[in-house]
Design a protein around this ligand. Structure first.
Ligand code: IPD
Length: 272
């Protein structure tokens, strides 16, 4: 495809899948060779490994080769401006702490959006999340549905909030973690149970796949939710941030439609 042609979401998805699978293979190979923490970021427990950086550099280079001129917005490096209007939003390893510990719940997450690096204004066109350990590739394109290794995904239809399995996560700031834990005390008796699996992109895909019924977290960075949010939306989930807004660092709210209103009320009541 010439770089000047306006690509369709399907064409962009093809590029995203090729690059995400190559990146996932690289990350898995490095994992098997041993992991070294390179640095810390927002707090002492917010780590970055050499592999996070290597994989992001790899993804940036491959995308520039396959679709030059697009912007790049990744977790580990400086953003690149776009000359095409498209921006790739990339988490080279989502679930870094799981990656470090060898918990098989981490992923390469790549989304391509129409717009700049602001989740409140961008429109996500295509998304892929690859968990190399499980061999699972979640994909979605706008209007094209959500898929797991070629199988179409649809969210659950839980009968009530009390019968719903809710996933969540904790950001890296200690004060915010404590606040969230306190809010969860007010939530845990109102739902079937809670899950904290450690990789937001995969949590969002888990809603799409019916492995959980909903997911709520505050403090996610754009690269954590960009791809998974489209997978969840295309599987039929209600996906939003604060009321009337798209998902953002302030709030990522994803729920099966049958319980979305009740969960939204609980988020307010429990002060999540
Ligand atoms: C983290 C994971 C985790 C979520 C954190 C994120 P990272 O991303 O997605 O599940 O709870 O808020 O920061 O740092 O592993 O890319």
């Amino acid at each position: 495809m010439p770089a000047t042609a306006i690509p369709t979401s399907t064409e962009l998805l093809e590029i995203a899948v090729v690059v995400a699978r190559e990146a996932a293979e690289l990350a898995a190979r490095r994992r098997s060779e041993g992991v070294e923490v390179a640095d810390t970021k927002s707090s002492a427990v917010d780590v970055v490994t050499h592999t996070d950086r290597e994989v992001e550099t790899f993804v940036r280079g491959r995308l520039a080769e396959l679709h030059p001129g697009d912007g790049f917005f990744g977790e580990e490096g400086d953003p690149d401006d776009s000359t095409t209007g498209l921006t790739w939003v990339v988490d080279p390893i989502d679930g870094t702490v799981n990656f470090v510990y060898g918990i098989p719940q981490w992923a390469v997450s790549i989304a391509v959006v129409d717009g700049g690096p602001d989740p409140l204004t961008w429109r996500t066109l295509a998304a892929v999340v690859v968990n190399p350990t499980s061999g699972e590739t979640f994909t979605a394109s706008t209007g094209g549905g959500a898929w797991l290794n070629g199988r179409r995904l649809a969210v659950n239809a839980p009968a009530s909030l009390e019968l719903s399995l809710l996933a969540t996560g904790f950001s890296y700031g200690a004060a915010r973690r404590v606040e969230h834990a306190e809010a969860l005390v007010r939530v845990v008796g109102r739902v079937r149970d809670l899950r904290r699996m450690g990789a937001a992109s995969l949590d969002l895909c888990a809603v799409a796949a019916g492995r959980v019924d909903a997911y709520v977290e505050r403090g996610l960075k754009p690269w954590d939710h960009a791809a998974g949010a489209l997978v969840a939306a295309e599987a039929g989930a209600v996906v939003r941030g604060e009321i009337g807004e798209a998902p953002s660092e302030s709030l990522t709210f994803v729920a099966a439609p049958t319980i979305a209103d009740d969960l939204a009320a609980l988020v307010v009541e429990a002060r999540i």
